[in-house]
Design a protein around this ligand. Sequence first.
Ligand code: ADP
Ligand code: ADP
Length: 231
Amino acid sequence: ALAVSLRGVTKAYDNGLMALGPLDLAVRKGEFISLLGPSGCGKSTALRLIAELSAPSSGIVRLARREGTPQPGHVHPGHGIGFVFQEPTLMPWTSVRENVRLPLKLSGVPKAESRARADEALASVGLADFADAFPRELSGGMKMRVSLARALVTDPDILLMDEPFAALDEITRFRLNDDLLALWRRLGKTVIFVTHSVFESVYLSQRVVVMTARPGRIQADFRVETVEPRG
Ligand code: ADP
Ligand code: ADP
């Protein structure tokens, strides 16, 4: 089954700039793919289109919808996307737990439940002991973990990550790579991971999609064979 399908998708911004496409891409449920490509080729644009934060100029973006009826007071299951940006964009004036809880709060999840789920998400990224800390007390890698917890707290089907580890030092980045892989194996989510690092793309993902320079189209799309089982 497909998690995401893009067919003939293009994006021209208001200034007339053709930023992307035409792009054809089908991502299977549970797949971990990397998008590699030169700066400005439209990788972030592609993620925003998939997240329905922006509309394509032409073509079709289709997401698999969850079955079942949304329960009142629960996160709407239809919009099953978690987004992680390169900048963790945490609210500095409030605790780590409140930062992670925000998407649930906005969906009207009751306080006790949203706190419990925020703490669970924090534990899943190794930050169980930091729920009451403030963002400024955390290192860059830890802030990224908080951002990942916030993306996972709604239990999305699809996790979109836009160069999440690019600003981190190499050792922190290796640890995050390993922890992200372990999480992916455990949670079985579809992951679309934008990176500039060929190493990272091959290490993390089952499939690497290489894009051309702007407007980005697909130049290569290959499976990564590994010795180890990958979920
Ligand atoms: P469904 O019948 O579940 O609605 P789709 O109509 O989305 O599925 O897809 C039908 C077939 O087309 C599937 O086999 C899928 O792999 C393939 N497909 C869908 N989107 C694309 C795409 N962007 N590029 C290539 N093949 C695609
Ligand atoms: P990438 O993520 O691959 O670096 P982007 O998707 O950010 O590429 O951008 C693709 C192209 O679209 C770039 O040339 C960029 O300058 C342009 N662009 C991105 N966002 C906008 C916008 N809101 N308005 C106009 N041009 C944009």
